[in-house]
Design a protein around this ligand. Structure first.
Ligand code: ZN
Length: 604
């Protein structure tokens, strides 16, 4: 599997790895001022951003607490049983058990999510839990490095499970300071090699050993292993599993190969392409991601930003998204889909600094993942966003599905989606109460954001800097704006370019307590589900997808217009549309709890 590596490519790879490690915050900040060639923005450390209030932080706290409540013996049971160790505790049930659909699969993702929460909060109890889970997992690895929880796991989902365990061990090492976890990651890869197929297979490609396995998602975390260990062998294994022939090559030529593919895993695989571009520098991987992102936004996406009914990309131009509204209740695999969407948006922000990727991230944030029901703690989690008329939010019927693993990861990631660094300043991507800290030109700097967004359509950013410092503060100007954004510093209006879909840059010599006021006027608009159903529309308010709480929602043709929307006097973010005999109430999808709601209005 491992090919020999020339000295030249080895050195190139090492340089890229060093640059990446710096960019993503694992090396000490400060010192280096030149950006790595392939990146315009750096991702901050989880510990550099604190969410200080608002709905994003509230959800982070609930999800963090929920996963802290999980029983460690039960989580480790399948691994201990297979190793012949004492295995106290009840079975987890659902997908998790030795003969379940995905034995022990989400353990690695839960360790990853908790590691990120620890890095954000510094909570010692969270670090302790990560450490015990890693140690418990490591104790169940056989002397020949066999680590899978069951024979079924190693024969039917060898790659799928490895991918998830790897992210857990690498994140435990990097974000929770569990030094032993890196060696565990190495052992897991070693123990997996004899179960992985000789190349990346498509999900349903035949013949192959495992119908549902997803070898094509492996490279991202193998590149991550390479960056963390600096061992080029892992880079070569990663390169080996890049699914070039059937996926990245045609995408890089602009061909739409998405229809019919399993959606989440193939969007996740695009993160492998983005990381391949960063590590290997081959332009085709960047082009493949650009093409896929555009296809998904233009042909696969609902008003929420979620995509792909029944977990499958549709053939464009046939009105299949519109049809799906009444034939399915499975419109977006929400925690997994949002996790993959966020990752891809962050990679593309790093590489391009283009505001449209921040817009896409925000749309999915407010209209999908922020609106999930809280996990029940017994393995039942929210899975599908449902845009069927007159429906309710529900839990998945099986315990411990894939989405129970991505839920803590994606919610922890809100912090690192909010701000980015560039060589010349700071990028503000999300509008949410928060604080970020970094060092610019050797001067420690803090940015404090105060807002009630998305209840209000404005935010305020206050700079705390010990000495006057020149830098540029970039603020995302959303692409959905219908009237101009307004920016001011210390109350004085600015005339900087603020084109929707870009970042507006405010360059100046910043002093202690300089304050930026940002107004991004919300307005209502209608979005048709697809071109074939122009009269099936969702009502949008700024970044928010509104849903109706009144049934049924079939209205006379062209009777709904954005101008009719009125804020209700009795509750924030509740809107009314007057009708002849009554009113229709609309609220943001993320605010819906147990109510029956309808996302798309049909005007017939
Ligand atoms: Zn899932």
């Amino acid at each position: 599997m491992q090919s020999s590596v020339s000295r030249r490519t080895f050195l190139q790879g090492m340089a890229a790895a060093t640059a990446l490690a710096h960019a993503s915050g694992s090396l000490s900040a400060g010192g280096e001022t030149q950006p790595p060639a392939r990146e315009k923005l750096y991702v901050l450390r989880y510990s550099d951003v604190k969410l200080t209030g608002g709905p994003l932080r509230a959800q982070q706290e609930r999800i963090h607490a929920s996963y802290m409540g999980l029983d460690e013996d039960r989580m480790l049971k399948v691994y201990r049983q297979r190793a012949g160790l004492p295995a106290p505790g009840e079975d987890m049930g659902g997908w998790y058990d030795a003969d379940g659909f995905g034995p022990g699969q989400v353990l690695g993702q839960i360790i990853s999510g908790l590691s990120r929460f620890y890095c954000s909060t510094g909570a010692a109890a969270t670090q302790g839990k990560v450490k015990r889970l890693v140690e418990g997992f490591a104790a169940a690895i056989d002397t020949d490095d066999y680590w899978y929880p069951s024979l079924k796991s190693s024969t039917s989902c060898a790659a799928y499970t490895l991918d998830k365990v790897l992210i857990g061990m690498l994140d435990a090492y990097r974000f929770a300071g569990v030094s032993a976890a890196l060696d565990v990651a190495r052992r897991c890869i070693k123990g997996s090699m004899r179960y992985l197929p000789p190349r990346a297979y498509e999900r349903f490609e035949a013949p192959k050993q495992a119908y549902y396995d997803e070898t094509y998602t492996l490279p991202e975390n193998l590149f991550y292993t390479y960056e963390t260990t600096q061992d080029p062998a892992y880079r070569e294994i990663a390169r080996h599993y890049l699914m070039d022939k059937t996926y990245f090559d045609p995408l890089s030529r602009g061909e739409n190969v998405l229809p019919g593919l399993h959606a989440y895993s193939h969007v996740n695989a695009l993160s492998s392409a983005a990381r391949a571009y960063l590590v290997l520098g081959e332009a085709k991987y960047l082009q493949a991601v650009r093409t896929a992102w555009d296809i998904i936004e233009k042909t696969q996406t609902y008003a929420s930003g979620g995509w792909a009914p029944n977990e499958e990309f549709v053939v464009p131009g046939k009105g299949l998204l519109g049809e799906s509204l009444t034939t399915s209740h499975a419109h977006f695999e929400t925690p997994c889909g949002a996790y993959a969407h966020f990752k891809l948006a962050r990679y593309m922000l790093r590489i391009t600094a283009e505001g449209s990727y921040g817009d896409g991230l925000e749309r999915v944030l407010y209209n999908t993942i922020l609106g999930i029901k809280d996990p029940q703690g017994d393995g039942h989690v929210f899975y599908y966003s449902d845009y069927h008329p007159s429906t309710q939010k529900v839990y998945h019927s099986d315990k411990w599905p894939c989405c129970s693993g991505t839920t803590p990861q994606v919610v922890a990631d809100y912090s690192i989606c909010a701000y980015f660094r560039s060589p010349d300043g700071i990028y503000v991507n999300l509008f949410t109460p928060s604080e970020m800290q970094c060092e610019l030109q050797g001067v420690p700097l803090k940015l404090i954001q105060t807002t009630t967004y998305p209840e209000a359509d404005s935010t305020e950013l206050r700079v705390e800097v010990q000495a006057p410092t020149e830098f540029t503060l970039y603020v995302r100007i959303p692409g959905w704006l219908q009237s101009p954004a307004r920016l001011a510093v210390n109350g004085k209006a600015l005339s900087v370019e603020a084109r929707p879909g870009s970042f507006a840059g405010i360059a100046r010599r910043w002093q202690m307590n300089d304050t930026v006021q940002v107004q991004i006027p919300f307005s209502a608009r209608l979005e048709a589900v697809d071109e074939q159903h122009p009269d099936t529309v969702a009502l949008m308010w700024g970044p928010l997808m509104l849903v109706s709480l009144d049934q049924p929602l079939e209205l006379p043709k062209k009777s709904l217009s954005p101008e009719q929307l009125r804020p209700a006097p009795y509750s924030a973010l509740t809107f009314e549309v007057p009708r002849a005999a009554s009113k229709l109430r609309f609220v943001p999808y993320y605010r819906v709890q147990e109510e029956v709601y309808t996302t798309y209005v049909r005007q017939v």
